[in-house]
Structures are given as structure tokens and as C-alpha cells.
Design a protein around this ligand. Structure first.
Ligand SMILES: Nc1ncnc2c1ncn2[C@@H]1O[C@H](COP(=O)(O)OP(=O)(O)OP(=O)(O)O)[C@@H](O)[C@H]1O
Ligand SMILES: [Mg+2]
Length: 237
């Protein structure tokens, strides 16, 4: 498929053919502005391709009723959207019947246990009209939500970008368990997060320029090796 923003200058995604097998974690990486977030948006239909198709289990996503599609695809985007509601409501959105234990497990996996220490614990109102959370805290609440609704497909857009290295390490370890057997499309920059991948796809200038294991790409793709070295140095700084 290809994608252009209405009124935008040319195609942001060009001739993309990319498959994610059931149970596979595919990490999408590439420089800033490469089109990673745009590509993720096409799965839960936050946008539709300009040409071509996006299939979920063989069905064009446009033929799946939107509520059914949104229930099947759990997302945590880079700019985490929280609702003006309590932490509990934010986390259980899409998983209304979740038990207290399940909520706690999701918050723990997402390293979001700080929520228990807020003035009213999980009943503390956050979001626009509530308590202001940091970017990293918002990301972790959004991640807990995505984990809790146990979607068939998990879409994570740089879910760890606002975390410090130590927190990131803990979330990565927890994510590793969560992603086992789950069909996931994850945008990541840092080598530590890329390590979660069964396969890595490199997006450059709107095209998929390489797909393979982290090792294969490191050995064969100078652009990939550069990207990883840059990110690694960024992390150490
Ligand atoms: N709403 C929009 N309208 C027009 N152009 C857009 C819009 N959103 C993004 N773009 C453009 O599309 C291209 C890809 O953007 P996208 O956000 O998908 O990149 P990205 O790979 O996610 O980058 P980053 O790593 O910085 O998050 C960029 O050139 C961007 O300027
Ligand atoms: Mg992005």
C-alpha cells in the first residue's frame, strides 16, 4: 500500500508490502520522519491507505466494523492519549470487566505502580482536567491500558521513548513476557527495545528497505547499523 496525507507533499509511505505473522513481534525502525507512526495508524484505521490494502487475518480492515477492529487492535501511541478520568478508568478502558489483580498486573508490567502513590491512588483523576503526569508516566499508563485489554494485535509506538534507561530496562523485560505469542507491531529506536523483535523492518524515505533479524540487519545494512549506533550513544549520554 501507499499513503499520502491529504494536502501533504507526496507519498509518505510508498509501495509497502509487510507481513506480520500470527504471534510474531515485528519491530519497525527508521529515522525520524520516516513514516513509522503513519504506518501504525493504518492498522486501527486512524487513517486509510491512499492505495492498496491493510489486512487483518486476511480481511481488509475497512470491512471490519470499527468497534470490532478497535477491540482487536490495542494501541499505545507515542503521544499517549489519556482521558479526563481516574487512572483506573484510563487503564480499564476496553477491559471493563478487569479484576483488581489484573489491573495491578498490567500496572506492574508497564512500570506504572507510581499510580498507587497518587493522592487518591487509582481513583486520582488524570488527563486534561486532572493531575498532570509526566510524559513517561502518561506513556506507562497508556501501555498498561494496551496490555490489560489483551488485544489480538498490539501496536506500540515507541512506548519507552520517554523513559529513563533503568525504567526502560524493567519495562523491556516485562514486555518480553507480554509479547510472547502476541502479534505485535512495535516502533522502536533503541537497541535494547529492538531486541524484543522476532524480525526487524527498516523504513527509509517511506519504503521498507530491509527486513530481517537484528543481527542480519546489523551485518548487511550500514544504514541500520548507523541508526543503532547513534541511538546507543544517545542512550549512554
Ligand atoms: N497530519 C499530517 N499531515 C501532513 N503530514 C504529516 C502529518 N503527520 C505526519 N506527517 C509527515 O509524514 C512524515 C512521516 O511522519 P511520521 O510521524 O509517520 O514519522 P515517524 O517515522 O513516526 O517519525 P518519529 O520517529 O519522529 O516519530 C513526516 O514527513 C511528517 O512530516
Ligand atoms: Mg512517530
Amino acid at each position: 500500500m501507499s499513503f499520502s496525507y491529504p494536502g501533504g507533499q507526496g507519498a509518505v509511505l510508498r509501495d509497502i508490502t509487510l507481513g506480520v505473522a500470527r504471534g510474531e513481534t515485528l519491530v519497525l525502525t527508521g529515522a525520524t520522519g520516516a513514516g513509522k507512526t503513519t504506518l501504525l495508524h493504518l492498522v486501527p484505521r486512524l487513517a486509510d491507505p491512499t492505495s492498496g490494502r491493510v489486512l487483518l487475518g486476511g480481511t481488509d480492515v475497512r470491512d471490519i466494523p470499527l468497534p470490532r477492529l478497535r477491540a482487536a487492535v490495542g494501541c499505545a501511541f507515542e503521544e499517549a492519549t489519556l482521558f479526563s478520568a481516574s487512572v483506573r478508568e484510563n487503564v480499564t478502558f476496553g477491559a471493563a470487566g478487569a479484576s483488581e489483580e489484573e489491573i495491578e498486573a498490567a500496572l506492574t508490567a508497564a512500570q506504572a505502580r507510581f499510580a498507587y502513590d497518587l493522592p487518591w491512588g487509582l481513583d486520582t483523576r488524570i488527563g486534561e482536567q486532572g493531575m498532570a503526569l509526566s510524559g513517561g508516566q502518561r506513556q506507562r499508563v497508556a501501555l498498561a491500558r494496551a496490555i490489560l485489554c489483551r488485544p489480538e494485535v498490539l501496536i506500540l509506538d515507541d512506548p519507552l521513548s520517554a523513559l529513563d534507561v533503568q525504567t526502560e530496562e524493567r519495562v523491556t523485560t516485562a514486555l518480553h513476557q507480554i509479547l510472547t505469542g502476541v502479534t505485535a507491531l512495535v516502533v522502536a529506536h533503541r537497541p535494547s527495545t529492538v531486541a524484543l523483535a522476532d524480525r526487524v523492518a527498516l523504513l527509509h524515505g517511506g519504503r521498507i528497505t530491509a527486513v530481517g533479524s537484528h543481527r542480519e540487519l546489523l551485518a548487511a545494512e550500514p544504514a541500520y547499523a548507523n541508526l543503532m549506533t547513534m541511538e546507543h550513544e544517545e542512550t549512554l549520554r
